[in-house]
Design a protein around this ligand. Structure first.
Ligand code: SF4
Ligand code: SF4
Length: 287
């Protein structure tokens, strides 16, 4: 491995276990529940769970697309599990969550590209947990208005779609997505009247100036909340880490995003798009 693969010392996790975390941890184990937080070994679990926030993955374990930073397998997905929305809603209830992020794989194998699954999960969480916020982090559904409409009408508190990188390297990093099409998803969600959110992953070959331009494109498309994160390579067959972004640069991006007018900004080496998502949503609403 080249030296760049070594993580710098500012990528360090804080393992502080609070009472809410400890309670959730036991409950999830007892009930056999599945969260991305645990299964992806997310370093932020102590903080998010302490706030009763968690993330769930829907649609199965195989994705029909292949992004160069993503650890989810590409392949032919299993048949759609129509009972999954109910189980996720019950997990949210069992965990007593204040805020839940729902994300999943792209299901280009299905006629509706999985839109029913995403929308139904939001509907069922809301029905069973009227006080829990739902952030729906969706694939692009090819930005087809008739598909997006169903997921918009399920009215998640936040509709998120991640741009992830800048135009110059976009095709290489996200071959099945398009930069403009992803911006269009945000634009359509904003026009529908939803609170919108997106993410940029740094360290995949972009320059700081290109990050600023992508932030501006997102803001122009109507994006309300932005998270900016450091790329961590899931395995040697994934895109290499091109640079470790210094904490100072994240501070500069935060200032630039606030200056541009984003209602909520979270940027840092360990930030993920669902990191303290409920807190960030509340802050953006108070903006
Ligand atoms: Fe991963 Fe989403 Fe890309 Fe599929 S579409 S490979 S789940 S980032
Ligand atoms: Fe879970 Fe996301 Fe928080 Fe990680 S950042 S613990 S995946 S909610």
């Amino acid at each position: 491995q080249t030296p760049i693969e070594r993580k710098p010392n500012w990528i360090r996790t804080r393992a502080k276990m609070g009472p809410e975390f400890t309670e959730l941890k036991g409950l999830v184990k007892r009930e056999g529940l599945h969260t991305v937080c645990e299964e992806a070994g997310c370093p932020n679990i102590y903080e998010c769970w302490e706030d009763r926030e968690a993330t769930f993955l829907i649609g199965g374990e195989q994705c029909t697309r292949r992004c160069d930073f993503c650890q989810i397998d590409t392949g032919k997905p299993a048949e759609l599990d129509r009972d999954e929305p109910r189980r996720v809603a019950e997990s949210v209830q069992a965990m007593g969550l204040r805020y839940s992020t729902i994300t999943g794989v792209a299901r280009d194998d299905l006629p509706d590209e999985g839109v029913w699954l995403y929308a139904e999960t939001v509907r069922q969480i809301h029905a069973l947990n009227p006080n829990t916020g739902v952030e729906n982090l969706i694939p692009d559904f090819h930005a087809k208005p008739e598909l997006l409409a169903e997921v918009f009408e399920s009215r998640p508190e936040v509709l998120a779609h991640n741009l992830e990188t800048v135009p110059r390297i976009f095709k290489r990093i996200r071959p099945a997505f398009r930069y403009e099409r992803s911006l269009d998803v945000i634009r359509q969600a904003r026009d529908f009247g939803l609170v919108t959110k997106s993410n940029l992953i740094l360290g995949m070959g972009e320059t700081p100036e290109e990050v600023t331009e992508a932030m501006r494109d997102l803001h122009d498309a109507g994006c309300d909340i932005i998270t900016i994160t450091q790329y961590l390579r899931p395995s040697p067959r994934h895109h290499p880490v091109e640079r470790w972004v210094k904490p100072e640069e994240f501070v500069e991006h935060t200032a630039a995003a606030e200056e541009m007018g984003f209602a909520g900004v979270m940027a840092g080496p360990l930030v993920r798009s669902s990191y303290r998502a409920g807190k960030l949503y509340a802050k953006a609403m108070a903006h």
